[in-house]
Design a protein around this ligand. Structure first.
Ligand code: GLN
Length: 214
């Protein structure tokens, strides 16, 4: 692998990839090229061998049933993902995988899907789905726009920074005006749309961090 290769790992594209989240992969690989690097795209599904030398990790949203399917495997690779995050690997997790990068998601039928606890957040299904176009304001990226559709309401632990503040829409829980979470170079967000085509500054942030790490 040449030094100018940036290896993008997409987590669970088979089960966790809704409302256009695969657009994030397209934008990332295209912008990696525009920045003069060579993208290498690797998919990881349950049971696969976790690849080495990963530069960026991305993951999308999914139905509760999709989250159930990947839960066991995700818990197995949790320590590896957390180690990568500690080392500064940039990551973007949308909706269903954002929830499972937290401590757990308690679904509307009352069962608990465990997460890896990379973010100190917890998610409980609310009485109604939070659906619609959303605008948030982020200190790092300016206005972020997208589309949300989730039953889960996410609450941030003390000391967890949100990705942005709500201008329009529900975000993490429809109550505290926060959206998403940040830890080191890991971004979690409820925004589909897909996110990166509408907010290329976030794609460039992920690419920049990957290039710096190399
Ligand atoms: N199943 C989760 C929820 O409904 C995540 C949905 C999603 O990824 N859009 O909250």
């Amino acid at each position: 692998m040449s030094d100018r290769t940036i290896k993008v790992l997409q987590l669970y594209p088979r089960d966790m990839n809704i409302y256009g989240d695969s657009g994030n992969t397209l934008v990332l690989t295209q912008r990696i090229k525009w920045h003069g690097y060579t993208p290498e795209l690797v998919s990881y599904n349950p049971g696969d061998k976790f690849p080495v030398d990963v530069d960026i990790v991305i993951g999308g949203g999914g139905q509760d049933s999709g989250q159930d399917k990947i839960q066991e495997d995700l818990l197995k690779i949790g320590d590896t993902l957390k180690q990568l995050a500690e080392n500064g690997t940039p990551m973007l997790m949308i909706c269903g995988l954002y929830q499972l990068f937290g401590k757990f998601f308690k679904t509307s039928d009352g069962h608990v899907i465990q997460g890896i606890g990379l973010f100190d957040i917890e998610t409980h299904a609310g009485p109604e789905r939070l659906i619609g176009n959303i605008i948030t304001q982020s200190p790092d990226f300016g206005d972020i726009i997208g589309y949300e559709n989730h039953s889960g309401q996410t609450f941030l632990g003390e000391g967890v920074s949100p990705l942005g503040t709500i201008i329009k829409g529900a975000g993490n829980n429809g109550q505290d005006d926060t959206e998403g979470a940040r830890y080191k170079n890991v971004i979690g967000s409820y925004l589909h749309g897909s996110l990166l085509p509408k907010n290329p500054a976030i794609a460039d942030f992920l690419i920049e961090k990957a290039a710096e790490n190399k």
